[in-house]
Ligand binder design. Structure first.
Ligand code: ATP
Ligand code: MG
Length: 733
């Protein structure tokens, strides 16, 4: 391969960045200007032209999905296998290091990664043991405290002693948490970074090894690195590495989780002779979308300041839809997606974005009803569903009986009549003897200090696990998974749940077996290759599940993607919906209280808008059911910040008489009778004017097409039913 093919499809500025001489560089540029593309080509350039060994490269991306994407693009460009490349997220790479150097890092070989759920459970347990009142000190807050200390690189002992009760309490929880994690070989997400950072600092020769190895380090989405990630990078780079960081200050959206935009400024000081490159041409979006994004972000004070331009087409105006309520909003979106598909588009080209995960369920239902295939990215993810976590806990115990989180999760699932008191005795024994729950249970049985009935029940559980371990010894991963869900009794247990729910749970468990079958084929980092050590595929699978929980999704054909605005970072879609554009929801009400947060919300909106390639919709609902009660919100200020000439308020009348199939629920049964408002062209609650009766509000509707009728409550003459095909009804704003 030659120089030209590595530089194909790059503009002048991008080429400059890709071919820049070895050294440090910072690419600061707006959305869709090709930053990620530059990074990929830079990797190819380094390997192909500069002769850097693929082993000498590290590339850090924001999600595992982005890492996989980068790997495959590099494979394509260079026609080589990307398996050995160190491309991954900060967490993924740190995890890899710890697995390779567990001894130096002071971890047991089979240390287990804790996900958010496990972490919360553990903190709750500590608080209970310590007699800390959860009413007064919410466990989530304690988790937040621990994580943010770790993100700042702080161990519990480094937290200053003070007389502030908040600090005293949380320091105590953190200390106990640290102790239990060390004892049980448990590593949470923040710990991965902190621990591997310490690993280097405490093992200079190891650090030197990696500093010499990684001559080139590349980082995407640099604006969202936090303190410990930055320190990690800084230490690894040493004084000789060549670091390329790409990012966009306008897309910094993780300040609330400790990300430091200032790292962009620090970079220039900390990394010698940094060359700064700016890209300004956008290749992703239409001019309309881009103008809207520029106008919106122009309202922020705290920015480096840059404008994006495109020589692409003007594109369609941005469509704004004011829905009657959240159901109407979801139905509207589903209908527009159907129209997109009907005119030759694919569901895979569509993204529906929202501020809060709680919005997804109603949207999901609308997609199901409209029979649009969809995938949820983030939120209640597959691997976080209760039945899946139960199955994984059994699998975890087969791998390591001493895993406390797994033990605690499934000892009584399916129900074995092991009560709280018994469990408390096991926990107590574990605590006083500093042993795992498994060991504690064994000891209790041996000392026969527990009653015969209890001994019988716990003993039964221990024997079951041992038996399963023995039986699965030689199995392939998917056989093991299948065996586990059957023998553990989970399949039967979850299947007994009534109706749809039980069915869905059974399907999910079956899906797990398929996921296991696929897994061996898609190993991202076969660890054994590098360490020469045996890691079982079961262990790699269990780790990968936790690491991926942020962005893994069921595979399959094209499907609409639903996700939070946060997880949409770096992605692009021809058709994008930003739903729930309401004050209090987006911008989120939390942002009103904290200074700086409003600007972060605006950046989040900027991220959302700039995901759209061809067409953007903004939707909001006049009323919305949130957490069980109805809320009435004003339209988001962000809509008002967009130039009106770019917007088009959707006139429902234009869809008058639009024919529509009768909707059927996916299970085949009938759904609650729905008035198909969109099909008759007017919304519930909409204000209208009639030539003779004056102004009124739509209160009911029925029929469709020519037979559509609506009931309107007129201010002057009361309610009347009118035929849409005949009556002259004009919708008002
Ligand atoms: P974000 O800030 O959202 O992460 P980005 O700056 O990383 O965006 P990319 O995702 O790399 O941007 O690029 C945006 C789109 O523009 C992609 O579809 C990419 O393939 C395309 N693109 C980038 N550079 C060029 C170019 N020189 N010619 C044609 N298309 C390009
Ligand atoms: Mg990008």
């Amino acid at each position: 391969m030659d120089v030209t093919s590595v530089l194909d499809g790059l503009n002048e500025r991008q080429r400059e960045a890709v071919t820049s001489p070895q050294g440090n560089s910072l690419v600061i540029a707006g959305a869709g200007s090709g930053k990620t593309r530059v990074l990929v080509h830079r990797v190819a350039w380094l390997i192909q032209i500069e002769g850097v060994s693929p082993n000498g490269l590290m590339a850090v991306t924001f999600t595992n999905k982005a890492a996989a994407e980068m790997r495959s693009r590099i494979e394509e460009l260079l026609n080589m296998s990307g398996q050995t490349l160190w491309v991954g997220t900060f967490h993924g790479l740190a995890h890899r290091l710890l697995r390779m150097h567990w001894q130096e890092a002071g971890l047991p070989q089979n240390f287990q990664i804790l996900d958010a759920d496990d972490q919360l459970r553990l903190v709750k347990r500590i608080m209970r043991d310590q007699g800390i009142d959860e009413q007064k000190w919410p466990a989530r807050q304690a988790v937040w405290f621990i994580n943010s200390q770790k993100d700042e690189g702080k161990r519990s002992k480094e937290i200053p002693v003070s007389d502030d009760l908040f600090q005293i309490t949380h320091k105590k929880i953190y200390e106990n948490y640290e102790r239990l994690c060390n004892q049980g070989g448990l590593v949470d997400f923040a710990e991965l970074l902190l621990r591997s950072h310490e690993l280097w600092l405490e093992n200079p020769s190891l650090l030197r090894h990696y500093q010499e190895r990684f001559q080139s380090i590349l980082v995407d989405e640099f604006q969202d690195t936090n303190t410990i990630q930055y320190a990690w990078l800084r230490v690894l780079a040493g004084d000789h590495s060549n670091v390329m960081a790409v990012g966009d200050d306008d897309q910094s959206i993780y300040g609330w989780r400790g990300a430091k935009m200032e790292n962009i400024h620090r970079f220039k000081e900390d990394f010698q002779k940094t060359m700064v490159i700016r890209l300004e041409q956008n290749y992703r979006s239409t001019a309309t979308v881009l103008k809207a994004a520029n106008a919106l972000i122009g309202n922020n004070q705290d920015r480096l300041g840059k404008e994006l331009w495109t020589d692409g087409p003007e594109g369609e105006p941005i469509q704004v839809y004011s829905a009657y309520n959240d159901l109407d909003e979801a139905r509207f979106i589903a209908e527009r997606v159907q129209a997109w598909i009907a005119t030759g588009g694919s569901s895979g080209e569509v993204a529906v974005l929202y501020r809060s995960n709680a919005q997804s369920r109603v949207l999901e239902e609308a997609m199901l009803r409209a029979q649009i295939p969809y995938r949820i990215y983030g939120g209640q993810r597959f691997f976080e569903r209760a039945e899946i976590k139960n199955a994984l806990s059994y699998m975890r115990l087969l791998h390591d009986r001493h895993s406390d989180p797994a033990f605690e999760r499934v000892i009584n699932i399916p129900t074995r009549g092991i009560g709280d008191k018994t469990l408390e005795a096991v926990r107590n024994q574990a605590r006083t003897q500093s042993v795992s729950l498994w060991k504690a249970a064994e000891d209790l049985i041996e000392m026969s200090s527990a009653g015969a009935r209890v001994t019988e029940k716990i003993g039964g559980f221990l024997r079951l696990i041992d038996m399963m371990r023995h039986e699965t010894h030689d199995m392939d991963l998917h056989e093991l998974a299948d065996y586990t869900i059957q023998k553990s009794g989970l399949m039967e247990f979850h299947g007994r749940e009534r109706g749809e729910r039980g069915l869905a749970r059974k399907e999910n468990l079956e899906e797990l077996v398929s996921a296991c079958r696929e897994f061996s084929g898609e190993l991202v980092f076969p660890l054994g290759q590098e360490t020469g050590e045996e890691t079982t595929i079961l262990e790699e699978f269990l780790d990968q599940v936790v690491l991926d929980s942020g962005d893994r999704q069921a595979e399959g054909g094209p499907a609409l993607q639903m996700m939070t605005l946060h997880s949409a970072k770096g992605l692009e879609f021809p058709l994008v919906f930003l739903s729930g554009m309401e004050e209090g929801l987006f911008p989120h009400q939390m942002s009103a209280q904290e200074p700086g947060r409003m600007e972060e919300e605006r950046r989040l909106c900027y991220v959302g808008i700039t995901r759209a390639m061809q067409q953007l919709y903004l939707t909001y609902a006049e009323s919305r059911r949130m957490h069980g009660s109805d809320t009435y919100n004003r339209p988001s200020r962000f809509i008002a910040e967009l130039p009106t000439e770019l917007l088009q308020q959707i006139r429902i009348k234009s869809s008058l008489g639009y024919p529509k199939k009768k909707s059927v629920s996916p299970s085949g049964g009938s759904i609650r009778p729905l008035i198909d408002e969109a099909a008759i062209g007017l919304r519930m609650g909409q204000r209208v004017r009639h030539a003779k009766f004056g102004e009124g509000v739509v209160t009911q509707a029925e029929g469709s097409g020519e037979r559509a009728r609506v009931q309107i409550r007129f201010s002057n003459v009361g309610s009347k039913w009118l035929m849409l095909g005949i009556a002259k009804i004009e919708p008002l704003e």
